[in-house]
Design a protein around this ligand. Structure first.
Ligand SMILES: [Zn+2]
Length: 93
């Protein structure tokens, strides 16, 4: 039986490896503030990648972290929920 292939190429000119890298970094956002250079890289990817952009739009709280604005810390429940969403999305790539 051939291995299951899920969405080998979401869109042209953009590799799923990049998406996975971004999603993993998003996961890191939840616990730590990322350096601004990494934030820029992620946002650049979001601009070029409809899949990730859609995903992040649903995670506004995460995006807010990247703006270095003063926001209230996320609850453990919210973090757990977002992390689940990220892992689910990563599994679909
Ligand atoms: Zn992507």
């Amino acid at each position: 039986m051939p291995p299951r292939r899920r969405g080998a190429h979401p869109h042209p000119g953009h590799s799923k490896a990049q998406c996975l890298k971004v999603l993993r970094r998003l996961s890191a956002y939840l616990d730590h503030e990322l350096p601004i250079s990494v934030c820029r890289e992620i946002r650049k990817h979001m601009g070029a990648c409809p899949n990730c952009e859609d995903f992040v739009t649903s995670l506004r709280q995460t995006v807010r972290l990247c703006r270095h604005a003063k926001i209230p810390p996320m609850s453990a429940t919210a973090k757990a929920r977002i992390r689940r969403e990220i892992h689910k999305a990563a599994g679909l790539l």
